[in-house]
Design a binder for this molecule. Structure first.
Ligand code: KG4
Ligand code: ZN
Length: 357
């Protein structure tokens, strides 16, 4: 083994994630028990259902995480766990589990901010992946994290230090995808469904508004959501569809065009501000993370603009952009190396910020 071996636990939202990370970057195993199917019928996450599902899956996920790694408890250097932000009941399941394991096996406990985990996914290497083929992010950098719960842009001049540049003043980008996905009758989660629907668009002239928020690095998606609601209502009226019957859906071609227009607007504001920040601050690389980073159009456009500026863009593969244990291990390993240790009274912090301005 080379470098510290960290067991990491993520349960802040609707994925139960357990991973083993070696030497700060290398994934030995990364098990994610997804609750997407469980929450799909209600069109969103029901906190108590999520917490109970973590309770159900956390031990099987741990058992699976050890399998095939050749590692044992005695090889382990520390146990990292997400302590916020997230759903209190869900966080408590992971934190309590981590504490019990740390106590029983006499290992240090490391508390990790979920948002820091999304940033550190940018350092991860898959098992067997060539480190040279996946260069590390270089400082100074800007990190854009876009998920169902969060949308923020931060500057990093070194490991584990952040300056918040901008955030959403209302909905998170992923939340906007989810809400508009529902409006379009595409189900939950809306992000992947909108991307798929937009791929089928033959016309690309629908234009949704962009909230530029002056020259700040902040975003606002509530106006876009209202515009989408209005446009969908108009399209339904034009088709003679009842306003409140979800079973009566718009023609696929209309859904595709509206999905394309919405996605175009979100991607435009995210990319424009991130690139401007990178230029303003003299960044050498950009990290893109969070569930919305799985969006192919966002990835492609940011890649194109970063390349034109000679900036290194680091985007984890989609499975490491959505919630997982490995990203908590990557951040936890850095915190472990920096001497960070959590006390046994570690508590859930549902609104834990990454950094202040
Ligand atoms: O990071 P994540 O798994 O959970 C949170 O911490 O929120 O992000 C989930 C969010 C959901 O809103 C989902 O719709 C969005 O990420 N998402 C996408 C795509 N895949 C997932 N949004 C746009 N395009 C995608 N391909
Ligand atoms: Zn997340």
């Amino acid at each position: 083994m080379s470098g510290p071996l960290i067991l990491s636990i993520e349960s802040s939202c609707d994925e139960t994630g357990i991973a083993l990370i070696e030497g700060e970057r290398r994934i030995l195993s990364n098990v994610v028990a997804s609750q997407v199917a469980l929450h799909a019928p209600s069109g969103g996450i029901v906190p108590e259902v999520a917490a109970r599902a973590h309770l159900r899956w956390i031990v099987p996920a741990l058992d699976e995480a050890w399998q095939g790694t050749g590692a044992t408890w005695s090889d382990l250097d520390g146990i990292a766990v997400t302590y916020g932000p997230g759903l209190a009941g869900s966080l408590l399941v992971g934190i309590n589990f981590a504490k019990a394991l740390a106590w029983v096996h006499d290992k240090p406990l490391i508390g990790v901010n979920h948002l820091e985990g999304h940033v550190y996914a940018g350092w991860l290497l898959d098992p067997g992946e060539d480190a040279a083929a996946r260069p590390e992010p270089i400082f100074p950098l800007v990190a854009l994290v876009v998920s169902g719960g969060h949308t923020f842009l931060a500057e990093m001049r070194d490991h584990l230090t952040y300056r918040l540049l901008g955030t959403t003043v209302d909905d998170a980008a992923g939340e906007a995808f989810d809400k508009v996905g529902r409006l379009l009758g595409l189900g939950y989660p809306g992000g992947p469904a909108i991307q798929r629907a937009a791929e089928g668009a033959t016309r690309h002239d629908v234009r949704f508004p962009r909230a530029w928020m002056g020259d700040s690095y902040d975003w606002s998606f509530s106006g876009l959501k209202s515009a989408a609601r209005r446009v969908v209502a108009e399209a339904r009226a034009a088709e003679g569809l009842p306003a409140d019957d979800p079973a009566a859906t718009l023609p696929a071609a209309t859904v595709a065009e509206l999905a394309w227009g919405f996605q175009d607007s979100v991607v435009d504001v995210l990319v424009t501000k991130t690139i401007r920040a990178a230029r303003d601050l003299g960044a050498r690389s950009i990290i893109l993370g969070g569930g919305v980073a799985a969006n192919a159009v966002l990835r492609a456009r940011l890649a194109g603009e970063a390349e034109a500026l000679g900036l290194r863009l680091v985007v984890p593969r989609p499975g490491l952009c959505t919630d997982n244990g490995a990203m908590i291990g990557a951040a936890g390993a850095r915190r472990f190396a920096a001497g960070d240790r959590a006390a046994m009274n570690l508590d859930a912090r549902p609104s834990l910020p990454l950094a202040r301005r």
